[in-house]
Design a protein around this ligand. Structure first.
Ligand code: SAM
Length: 272
């Protein structure tokens, strides 16, 4: 039976099925090292790093302001978010569509945006947060349990007590006072990424990420789909191809890349 902690919400491209492999690759970080996730999405890896005691501090970011608002609400206002979940008639088609409409309007902020994002992720066809999906029963208890678990793990351990909505490239280049950082990077994929997220990355963005990682002193681990562009950008780094199970069925798998500058244990050992 899986003992992994689930993400805050179901998320396209979420790493739940490969989190055990990722944690093995990263291993325990020194106390002085912050685990930085600039493309946090559903946040499975950060939550499990904390739950296993492999990291004691995390830095969260996602370019999508709705995703960032949801994480910030789970950190700062879990009680208010939970009250809204309990009071929401999630099986009522009109109520769900109303939330989708408000979310699309772009006028929501703060807790309103966080709540709309949560409903969108939990009531969407294939979780793409586009159209409501009414065939699944609404499970407020599961949504509440995920918020409580995330809050418990994150309380007092998140840089700035917030999730920012910056471009990942700026987060990677941030200077941190009095400590070192480990970068875990799970960007939108080159071939499967376009159209899946509200904020994607262009070929230029993928190339710039490669340039910045070549220049950084921080240890890092990067996930991608197996594409010619990525093999070209990261030529010379340690590139491993792994087979990852898909949600569509245990027999279905796809190839993904795990890329790092050099064996992580050695790099982290030097930083400790
Ligand atoms: C593959 S998903 C991350 C999934 C996550 N690892 C999980 O387990 O749920 C990629 C994320 O990157 C975000 N994103 C896209 N472009 C970005 C950018 N330029 N800067 C920061 N985040 C970005 C998307 O909003 C999306 O949440």
């Amino acid at each position: 039976m899986s003992t992994e902690i689930c993400g805050l919400v179901p998320y396209p491209g979420g790493k739940r099925r490969s989190v055990a492999d990722l944690l093995n690759r990263i291993g325990p970080l020194p106390c002085s090292m912050t685990f930085v996730e600039p493309f946090v999405g559903g946040g499975v890896v950060s939550l499990n790093m904390l739950a296993r005691g492999l990291a004691s501090r995390v830095r969260l970011n996602d370019r999508d302001p709705a995703v960032a608002a949801l994480w910030t609400a789970a950190i700062q206002q879990p009680g208010q978010l939970i009250d809204r979940v309990w009071n929401f008639p999630g099986d009522d088609r009109a109520a769900v569509e109303e939330v989708f409409k408000a979310r699309r309007s772009g006028s929501l902020r703060g807790l309103d945006l966080a709540f709309a994002e949560l409903i969108a992720r939990r009531r969407s066809y294939r979780n793409k947060a586009r159209e409501p999906w009414h065939n699944r029963p609404w499970r407020a208890d599961i949504a509440v349990d995920r918020i409580r678990t995330a809050h418990k793990l994150l309380r007092g351990r998140v840089v700035g007590d917030t999730c920012t909505a910056l471009d990942a490239l700026d987060v990677i280049q941030e200077q941190q006072r009095g400590g070192v950082r480990f970068l875990f990077l799970d960007p939108p994929y080159v071939e499967q990424g376009p159209g899946v997220y509200s904020h994607g990355m262009t070929e230029d963005g993928h190339r710039r990420l490669g340039d910045i990682l070549r220049a950084t002193d921080c240890p890092w681990l990067l996930c991608y789909d197996d594409s010619g562009l990525i093999r070209e950008v990261y030529a010379g780094f340690d590139i491993q191809c792994v087979s990852v199970p898909l949600y569509s069925g245990p027999a279905q798998r796809r190839a993904e890349l795990r890329i790092q500058a050099e064996p992580l244990a050695a790099v982290i050992g030097i930083a400790a």
